[in-house]
Design a protein around this ligand. Structure first.
Ligand SMILES: Cc1cc2nc3c(=O)[nH]c(=O)nc-3n(C[C@H](O)[C@H](O)[C@H](O)COP(=O)(O)O)c2cc1C
Length: 216
């Protein structure tokens, strides 16, 4: 029986995943989320209560945690109106074996989880506690690492913040512009390590989006 540690999870470390849920109407949703392992069976996500994922978790009380090293999938699951190689369509999903949530057919591994508890952190965020029910490995091949992947992930995280700050007051907008400068550094890494690639396309699209949000 595969366990969380076999997948590389370790207590106290946040791992980046893609969480898939069904809405109350039954449409599949994906969102990039950081997952913290608590013990051999339990994990926790700190999640914005305004997110669809939070609302779907509250209504369906389950989810599937998808492990992937597909940068485009992370991009699309964080910035929903973004460019990706192919659109997120219904045939990317199949229903989980044990829980009422969609799994991503192209994930490297999936973890089916049930909601065990929710604790409010503040007015905006909550801690969502999840219990592992089933782990499935879909891809037995190791994946080679490129710095471009990490550069994209860091940039997308910054972009989700920039988007929020860009509709705020002047000091928040200034903060957003500073974050954009940081993304420019990640862009350099992508240009150097993965020129003319999918990573390059994502970065190009992301920076265009940010310029639009900031009104440049
Ligand atoms: C790598 C990565 C990790 C993220 N982790 C979290 C997280 O732990 N909690 C959260 O609320 N949002 C997180 N986000 C932002 C959400 O993915 C983003 O707000 C998304 O649009 C939420 O989608 P939803 O409204 O469909 O749930 C993360 C984004 C990225 C790129």
């Amino acid at each position: 029986m595969v366990n969380l540690e076999d997948l590389g999870f370790a207590k106290g470390i946040i791992f980046e995943t893609i969480v898939s849920t069904y809405s109350s109407q039954g449409s599949p949703n994906i969102a990039a989320m950081g997952v913290l392992q608590l013990d051999s069976e339990n994990i926790m996500i700190r999640i914005y209560k305004s997110s669809k994922t939070y609302n779907n978790l509250v209504s369906r009380r389950c989810a599937i945690i998808n492990l992937s090293s597909d940068a485009a999938l992370f991009y699309k699951s964080a910035i929903k109106d973004s460019y990706v190689r192919d659109e997120i369509s219904l045939d990317l999903f199949k229903k989980g074996d044990l829980v009422d949530a969609p799994e991503l057919k192209r994930a490297d591994a999936t973890i089916e989880v049930l909601l065990s508890d929710i604790k409010d952190l503040d007015s905006e965020r909550a801690e969502v506690y999840l219990k592992t029910k089933l782990i499935k490995i879909r891809n037995y091949f190791p994946r080679v690492y490129t710095r471009a992947f990490s550069a994209i992930i860091e940039s997308v995280i910054l972009a989700t913040r920039i988007r929020l700050l860009s509709v705020g007051n002047e000091s928040q907008k200034k903060k957003a512009s500073k974050m954009k400068e940081k993304i420019k550094e990640f862009e350099e890494i992508v240009k150097r390590t993965a020129p003319n690639s999918e990573y390059d396309n994502i970065m190009f699209d992301l920076i265009n989006k940010i310029e639009t949000w900031l009104g440049n």
